[in-house]
Ligand binder design. Structure first.
Ligand SMILES: [Zn+2]
Ligand SMILES: [Zn+2]
Length: 253
């Protein structure tokens, strides 16, 4: 399994893109502006999209993906998400007002978009690849994902604040090789982090100090312009240098 980082920023500007991972050539995890870095040929090959939650920075390019290539595909694009997230998409995005209902186009019988509800902890297998929603703690219903390939697993936190259940899951899962955890704000914005339910370095350290040595910890969703400061604060809080995910980075599992 090849996981390519398309976008890993908390915002846009100067080459930044919001959250999206491309798994092999047919699966997306989140659909932020990172999608705009793909060619139409690459967009056409995407069969499945796993969503962490329905905040705009994570779904922004899904409506445009469907509009750009769905008519050239033989099968619908399948969106996997929790029932709560699917409900938000149906009610507030693909509702004919903000965007057409691609689950009813060109017909309900053979649509461009298909929804596949996925519960927390339930496993979705696509060939040899496995995707499992994992707990998150955000202001709206949100999950992270454990993605498992032939040689190990990658855990993506989604948007989250203090989340001991996620750390416990990583500790209990010996084949986890990499973890990408969001840290949106510096410690000076602790109250904003708590109110919007994102990590800042001191809160991140409550959950991720002493992670076992064979797990690579990668920071993502950093606030634009604050990257260097947040990483420095994480380094102090964890007692070891912090590394950020980078656009184009590839993890092989
Ligand atoms: Zn969010
Ligand atoms: Zn976000």
């Amino acid at each position: 399994m090849r996981i390519q980082v398309l976008g890993c920023s908390g915002g846009i500007g100067d080459g930044r893109h919001t959250t999206s991972f491309l798994v092999d050539d047919d699966i997306l995890v989140d659909a932020g502006t990172g999608l705009t870095t793909l060619t139409r040929d690459q967009l056409r090959r995407i069969d499945h999209v796993f969503l962490s939650h329905a905040h705009l920075d994570h779904i922004l390019c899904l409506p445009l993906l469907l509009d750009s290539v769905a008519g050239e595909r033989a099968q619908p694009v399948t969106v996997h998400a929790t029932p709560e997230v699917i409900d938000v998409l149906r009610q507030h995005c693909f509702n004919w007002r903000l965007w057409p209902d691609f689950a009813a186009l060109p017909s309900v019988e053979a649509p461009f978009l298909a929804y596949r509800p996925l519960a927390l902890g339930e496993s979705a297998r696509l060939g040899a690849r496995e995707f499992v929603p994992v707990p998150a703690n955000h202001v709206v219903p949100t999950v992270g994902y454990l993605m498992r390939g032939a040689t190990g697993a990658f855990v993506f936190s989604g948007d989250t604040c203090v989340n001991p259940a996620l750390r416990a899951l990583i500790d209990a899962t010996p084949d986890v090789r990499h973890v990408a955890v969001e840290c949106s704000f510096p410690d000076a914005e602790l109250e904003l982090a708590r109110a919007s339910k994102h990590y800042c370095p001191s809160l991140l350290a409550e959950d991720f100090t002493g992670l076992r040595a064979d797990v690579g910890l990668w920071i993502t969703h950093l606030k634009p312009g604050g990257e260097a400061r947040i990483l420095e604060e994480i380094g102090h809080a964890l007692g070891q240098p912090a590394q950020a995910l980078t656009p184009g980075q590839i993890l092989t599992l």
